[in-house]
Design a protein around this ligand. Structure first.
Ligand SMILES: Cc1ncc(COP(=O)(O)O)c(C=O)c1O
Length: 375
């Protein structure tokens, strides 16, 4: 990792931001724009690292929430062992920014991606997952002649009903195949359990470990993740590393589920009222292209900070519909509103840049370099 930060995000921020916007008031920013409060993000990073240290669990944050080196660097400087990426393109961008240890928690399929993975593995320590013989076969072919073997963990479905082998027996059978493949190294188990399912995933790993032991396989890593259960110690005994993503910024969905407080949310979207068609309705310049259409089970497209009862029940691409509980004549066209987004990670994917702030002070813009890396 090049020039990791030693003290806090503020040190890194000072080094990378251009002077253009420094000292600008938030009200002078052009909207819509995402704001990230670096002091809140710093608190979130340090607090979680301390918990990982207390529990003896390696911290491998998922970069999906911030999608940029500034925060990855800080997470690593604070003690994280490396980053988790979902897509190969995200991994490439993180390695280009100096991250030296990457875990790609996604089946890599197809000749083009396998060739890119092999190239990436020459530049950094890379591990990945597989949940089928087809995926292992592709990896094995791509790494057959590699100088160093690729570490592959078996993805296990422990209740998330997404990817993953369904039974401990299948996990061990795939582990055997990885172990037999010359270019591959069996690394252990990976899961992304749904909230509240840690004990079920622990039972899965207990059985898988016993079967792996019988087969003479060493399970080096058991990688779990997710912000919702990150503070629970239930079912963590066998887990060796944890992948949390959202915790760095937090968002409305975390607040509404009681996982964090509103003061723990680093990201907001600043929008401007562009129309007041009726006394109880305003239209803002942030629609689904700024807030996303991701409701993740919540009502509305975000919550408006400081205006009790106001909702965003509807959004078109460029228009957000704000509904007040009573007529408001104190919020004319031009008024800025700060919105706590439903889901932090998808906001980072929508904008080229994020504006870093410290309280009410603007620090400057920083590019979201890993956004849009879907391949
Ligand atoms: C494989 C994997 N690991 C970890 C995470 C991080 O989850 P969270 O943002 O809840 O911390 C995600 C989120 O989508 C994920 O898909």
């Amino acid at each position: 990792m090049d020039t990791p930060s030693a003290k806090s995000l503020m040190d890194d921020v000072a080094a990378i931001l251009s002077a253009d916007l420094r000292g600008t008031a938030i009200r002078d920013l052009d909207t819509p724009v995402p704001l990230v409060d670096v002091e809140i993000a710093e608190r979130n990073i340090v607090r979680w690292q301390a918990q990982c240290d207390r529990l003896g669990v390696a911290n491998r944050p998922h970069m999906k929430t911030h999608k940029q080196p500034l925060f990855a660097r800080r997470q690593i400087a604070a003690g994280a062992i490396g980053m988790t990426c979902q897509k190969l393109g995200e991994a490439e961008s993180m390695v280009a920014a100096g991250v030296t240890d990457i875990f790609i928690t996604y089946n890599i399929v197809g000749a083009s991606k396998l060739a890119r993975l092999a190239a990436l593995a020459q530049k950094a320590t890379v591990s990945t997952v597989a949940d089928s013989e087809a995926v292992v076969a592709g990896l094995a072919a791509a790494f057959a002649d590699a100088e160093k073997p690729l570490t592959v963990l078996v993805e296990c479905d422990t209740g998330g009903n997404r990817c993953g082998v369904q039974r401990p027996e299948a996990a061990v059978s795939l582990a055997r195949m990885i172990d037999r493949s010359p270019g591959l190294h069996f690394g252990g188990w990976m899961t992304y359990p749904p909230p509240g399912a840690r004990l079920a995933s622990d039972r899965f790993f207990e059985q898988a470990n016993a079967l792996a032991g019988d087969a003479g396989l060493v399970v080096e890593r058991i990688s779990s993740g997710g912000t919702p259960d990150m503070w629970s110690t239930l079912g963590l005994e066998r887990v060796t590393e944890y992948r949390a993503g959202t915790y760095v910024y937090n968002d409305r969905s975390r607040v509404e589920k009681g996982i964090c407080r509103i003061e723990d949310c680093a990201i907001t979207v600043l929008a401007t009222i562009v129309s007041r068609p009726t006394p109880d309705r305003a239209i803002i310049d942030a629609g689904t292209k700024s807030l996303t259409s991701d409701l993740i089970g919540l009502n509305g497209y975000g919550s408006i900070i400081g205006i009790p009862g106001a909702t965003i029940p509807r959004a078109d691409e460029e228009h957000g519909y704000v509904q007040f509980v009573e007529p408001r004549d104190d919020l004319p066209v031009g008024t800025q509103l700060r919105i706590l987004p439903n889901h932090a990670c998808v906001i980072s994917n929508l904008f080229d840049e994020v504006c870093l702030v410290k309280g009410e002070t603007v620090l400057g813009m920083t590019p979201i370099t890993s956004r849009g890396r879907v391949r």
